[in-house]
Design a protein around this ligand. Structure first.
Ligand code: GCU
Length: 426
């Protein structure tokens, strides 16, 4: 009887998964999309523990001093594009610490200015900090698709502006595209919560470069960044570093215990930001997929050809990345390299079992591929080469992997797991 029930459950879940796959895009940018494990192709990942001069690496020191800079440079020049250095910090704390959340937290709102023209290039950061503490607090910084007033349920958050796909900058006085986040779940655990809108740094569309921070750095006669210069993801990551510059000046925050969280393209962003700026202690990258933690050499779901097509997200990457659309196997790195560059800091990759487009297995395999680097630091990776089931929380190690049951995005049940992860490793 038990066996039959199991068989029925298996059949139902296979039918559901078949139907879900049937509704997926069969092509993107005119290129076919593969969702069959049998057709992912064979590939060899570049060896993370061999220097470009052929020498093998067996210790953390050589990794940090020699191999890490090599890989970082490659990722910078080929995938995300080089970003400019820091700008002098200038900020206006216009909400200095209002008591909120039934007296359990204070809220701060600050405008951080950057770029040469401070009037246009600035972001509004919203911060909640627990009050019952004598020490500086750890903080989660979320980079968001919506304005701060749309991200949380707090009528006193300043109404911001967001970009439409048509290039209009409009007042964010309507509800946002996504559900709200709840800062109180962090506050009750002694953790601060901060969020800001990614479009404050650079709007997320093809022409965005004209309006965003990258426009400030184009050389005379240049209308687009050069082959190895920053795409929008690098611009957003650069903005995160400017947020960190500010956080370092707030005595109530422990800037050495700041975790980043972002979803989808913002999952790619936090991963790259954490890799690039080692001041970030922890990264939680949700459904980062292609151009994030998913192995590009696996032809499953979105691939480089789809994502870097000029009709899609070419502008999010260094232009050079597009040249690998038809020669992914000659890429001198893959997503396991990106993941490994977080070592030995904690990194959690969160995915969803029906987020086929983002290739959750490709992200798992990147963690498996990066694990030897964590081992150099005597830290644990997933600890298995067997893809876990949805809901399995046993792989949330220093280099951790967690796949919820469901699709693309961050769902309410993910947040308590993130908080546990932060409490364990931050
Ligand atoms: C598209 C894109 C993905 C990206 C996602 C998102 O689906 O192809 O690479 O992660 O948008 O940001 O929501």
């Amino acid at each position: 009887m038990k066996k039959e029930l199991f068989l029925i459950a298996f059949l139902i879940s296979s039918i559901i998964s078949f139907c879900q796959k049937e509704t997926l895009n069969k092509t993107s940018a005119g290129f076919p999309v593969n969702y069959e494990e049998d057709s992912v192709g064979t590939y060899t990942l570049p060896d993370l523990l061999t220097l470009s001069n052929g020498k093998k690496i067996t210790d953390a020191k050589t990794w940090t001093e020699k191999r890490r800079p090599e890989l970082l440079k490659l990722l910078e020049a080929i995938e995300y594009g080089k970003m400019p250095s820091a700008v002098p910090l200038s900020a206006n704390l216009f909400d200095k610490g209002t008591l909120v959340l039934n007296g359990t937290a204070i809220r701060k709102q600050v405008t951080i200015y950057f770029g040469k023209d401070t009037s246009d290039h600035k972001l509004d950061l919203l911060v909640y900090l627990p009050v019952n503490t004598s020490k500086p607090v750890p903080l989660l910084v979320n980079i968001s698709f919506v304005a701060n007033c749309q991200a949380v349920d707090d009528p006193d958050v300043r109404i911001g502006y967001t970009w439409t796909k048509e290039g209009k900058h409009i007042k964010a006085d309507q509800p946002g595209r996504f559900g709200k986040m709840d800062p109180s779940q962090f506050i009750s655990q002694g953790i601060g919560f901060a969020t800001f809108y990614y479009g404050d740094i650079e709007p997320d569309f093809k022409e965005g470069v004209k309006y965003g921070i990258r426009s400030q750095y184009l050389k005379h006669g240049q209308s687009l960044p050069a082959d190895d210069e920053w795409g929008a993801i690098s611009a957003w990551a650069w903005g995160l570093s400017r947020v960190m510059d500010y956080l370092e000046t707030d005595k109530q925050i422990d800037a050495k215990r700041v975790a980043l969280q972002g979803t989808s393209r913002l999952g790619k962003t936090v991963l790259w930001a954490g890799v690039h700026d080692i001041r970030f202690k922890m990264v939680i990258a949700s459904c980062s997929g292609e151009g994030g933690a998913a192995i590009s050499r696996r032809n499953y779901g979105e691939n480089i050809k789809h994502i870097t097509d000029t009709s899609r997200y070419y502008y999010q990457f260094a232009p050079a990345y597009h040249t690998y659309a038809n020669k992914v196997n000659s890429l001198p790195f893959d997503a396991h390299a990106l993941v490994s560059l977080m070592a030995p800091r904690p990194l959690l990759l969160q995915t969803g079992d029906t987020d086929y487009w983002s290739d959750p297995k490709g992200e798992f395999l990147a963690a498996v591929g990066a694990e030897p680097v964590y081992h150099l630091f005597k830290e644990k990776g997933p600890g298995t080469t067997v893809m876990p089931e949805a809901g399995d929380i046993s792989l949330m190690n220093k280099l951790g992997y967690y796949m919820h049951k469901g699709g693309h995005g961050t769902i309410p049940s993910d947040w308590p797991l993130f908080i546990n992860y932060m409490k364990k490793y931050l």
